[in-house]
Design a protein around this ligand. Structure first.
Ligand code: NAD
Length: 303
């Protein structure tokens, strides 16, 4: 049976570490790190995600607030809100919960957040730095995947890794760090041989690449995409996907991309959904917020 990579336990451990660091930071006379989350509209999933972020922030000692705006807010108004937070010296991290309504250009919004306050790591200059292996603010989900591999001592050097999905906010930064040279400045490189699969990868090819993979990271949102016969015995599988499904009794629950019950009999290590990547992602967002607070005063407790 696969070792379960327990994201919930890992997140708690990392939050406690962060809380200790933030306490020490505040004892040195610095103000508590601050995070502002802009939440547009009334999508229930977005409300849950932001609420989870606020709860985690409170736990570690970050002063966090949600700024709720109607789904009818114009792009100009939203840009003005972001500009105000950019200019506010009492605000460290800023994030705009995605997706924003279709009337608003998402890329414009991501690029409006000051890059040094961009705790989601979605600003074009932060994405560029990540691609160049420069130290920067890295998207929390991808950072979570890397941390899970590191903390569970999963060997990646020279190993075959398959990333399924190619979204710019989630899968791409994962693939970027997995293949990168560890000796480069970011310190996040994992030195794996990486294959990226996506919706136009033929099914037989997806199966082929997966069967040769030591590490599979899947981020598609397609339940049971990864079946047991696609997995090399002993492989590590990180399931980023989250999909709400309704079972035959009408009860809804969250599932990942992996056929968990069957794959857990073959894999060496596997993340569950829920309780896998999700909680660690939220923790990494807090890590990024503290990173911003430290950069603001040019000091670091975590380096
Ligand atoms: P997205 O819709 O932007 O990307 C989905 C990707 O899946 C695309 O790149 C697409 O090419 C690929 N894909 C679709 N069908 C495929 C197939 N049959 N075979 C191979 N690849 C296929 O979504 P996203 O924002 O990248 O999120 C991906 C998943 O991760 C979603 O389920 C989302 O809810 C979840 N997610 C989880 C966390 C977390 O913290 N755990 C964070 C963000 C997103």
């Amino acid at each position: 049976m696969a070792q379960i990579i327990d994201g919930k336990a890992l997140a708690l451990e990392m939050k406690n570490e962060l809380k200790t660091q933030i306490d020490a930071w505040v004892k040195l006379g610095h103000r508590a790190p601050t995070l502002r989350c802009i939440l547009v509209g009334d999508d229930p999933a977005s409300h849950t995600y932001v609420n989870n972020k606020i709860q985690a922030a409170i736990y570690v000692g970050i002063d966090a607030q949600t700024i709720k705006r109607s789904k009818d807010i114009s792009e100009e108004q939203l840009l003005a809100e972001i500009e105000q937070l950019n200019a506010d010296a009492n605000v460290d991290g800023i994030l705009v919960q995605l997706p924003v309504p279709e009337t608003i250009n998402e890329r414009k919004i991501c690029n409006a957040v000051a890059p040094e306050k961009d705790v989601d790591g979605f600003h074009v200059s932060n994405v560029g730095k990540l691609c160049l292996d420069m130290p920067t603010l890295v998207p929390a989900t991808s950072l979570a995947v890397i941390q899970m591999l590191k903390r569970y001592n999963i060997d990646t050097l020279g190993r075959n890794a398959v990333v399924i999905g190619r979204s710019k906010n989630v899968a791409m930064p994962i693939a970027m760090m997995l293949h990168t040279d560890k000796r480069h400045d970011s310190g996040l490189g994992m030195d794996a041989t990486v294959t990226i699969c996506h919706r136009y990868t033929p099914k037989d090819q997806l199966e082929f690449y997966c069967r040769h993979a030591d590490i599979i990271v899947t981020a598609t949102g397609i339940p049971k995409l990864i079946k047991a016969d696609m997995v090399k015995p002993g492989a590590t599988i990180i399931d980023v996907g989250i999909t709400k499904v309704t079972d035959e009794n009408g009860k809804s629950r969250l599932v990942g991309d992996v056929d968990f019950d069957e794959v857990s009999k073959i894999a060496g290590a596997l993340t569950p959904v829920p309780g896998g990547v999700g909680p660690v992602t939220v923790t990494m967002l807090m890590h990024n917020t503290f990173q911003v607070a430290q950069s603001r005063v040019g000091k670091s407790l975590t380096a």
